[in-house]
Design a protein around this ligand. Structure first.
Ligand code: IMP
Ligand code: MG
Length: 181
């Protein structure tokens, strides 16, 4: 089992599994709405997934523009209650098809906020791609259009996802299972 920062990390989705799934997702996205397509990566956790998915989208024949938005949740502890924009996009979304990319869909609050925001700004269509869907944690009604994997209810790290800024560099998604001997 990989040991990083003195912790055992049990792999859940390998780099190879993720890469294969990214190609499949791109193949589905090609068949979705993509008029003047704007991809918006929701930072920070999505940065590696977005980087890989947009290259798979290129291979699938798409040529989107790419933007970034940083959203953060506020409220009581780990239970996110509200969402605010920390760093906004610069592009005009009016009349365009928007694809939001995020790492995990959990309560749904972050992506519901982002989706409503883009529709308020006049987007023609807003779809959502997430690497992982933690369906049991949903608090608001929201479905992603493209889901990499249905995720068991564990706190996962790697492939962009962190615990206190650590473990983002792992090429796979895993679970921290405890201290290494
Ligand atoms: P929500 O859907 O508004 O609850 O927000 C989900 C966000 O919380 C994700 O985009 C991640 O940034 C973060 N998050 C949720 N679960 C995990 C996890 O297991 N590992 C790392 N980050 C997580
Ligand atoms: Mg996130």
């Amino acid at each position: 089992m990989p040991v990083v920062r003195g912790k055992n990390i049990e792999p859940l989705y390998t780099a190879e599994t993720i890469a294969a799934r990214n190609s499949e997702l791109a193949g589905m996205i090609v068949n979705g709405p993509h008029k003047d397509l704007l991809v918006i990566a929701v930072l920070k956790g999505s940065f590696i997934f977005a980087a890989d998915l947009i290259r798979s989208m290129h291979t699938a024949g798409l040529a989107p523009e790419v933007e970034f938005i940083t959203l953060s949740s506020y409220g009581t502890g780990t239970v996110s209650q509200g969402v605010k924009i920390t760093k906004d996009i610069d592009s005009d979304v009016h009349g365009r098809d928007v694809l939001l990319i995020d790492d995990i869909l959990e309560s749904g609050r972050t992506l519901r906020f982002a989706k409503e925001l883009m529709y308020e700004r006049g987007a023609r269509n807003v779809t959502i791609a997430v690497l992982l869907d933690k369906r049991v944690k949903r608090k608001v009604e929201l479905e992603a259009d493209y889901v990499g994997f249905e995720c068991p209810d564990h706190f996962v790290v790697g492939y962009g996802m962190d615990v206190a800024y650590a473990f983002r560099e792992l090429p796979f998604v895993g679970v921290v299972t405890g201290d290494a001997e």
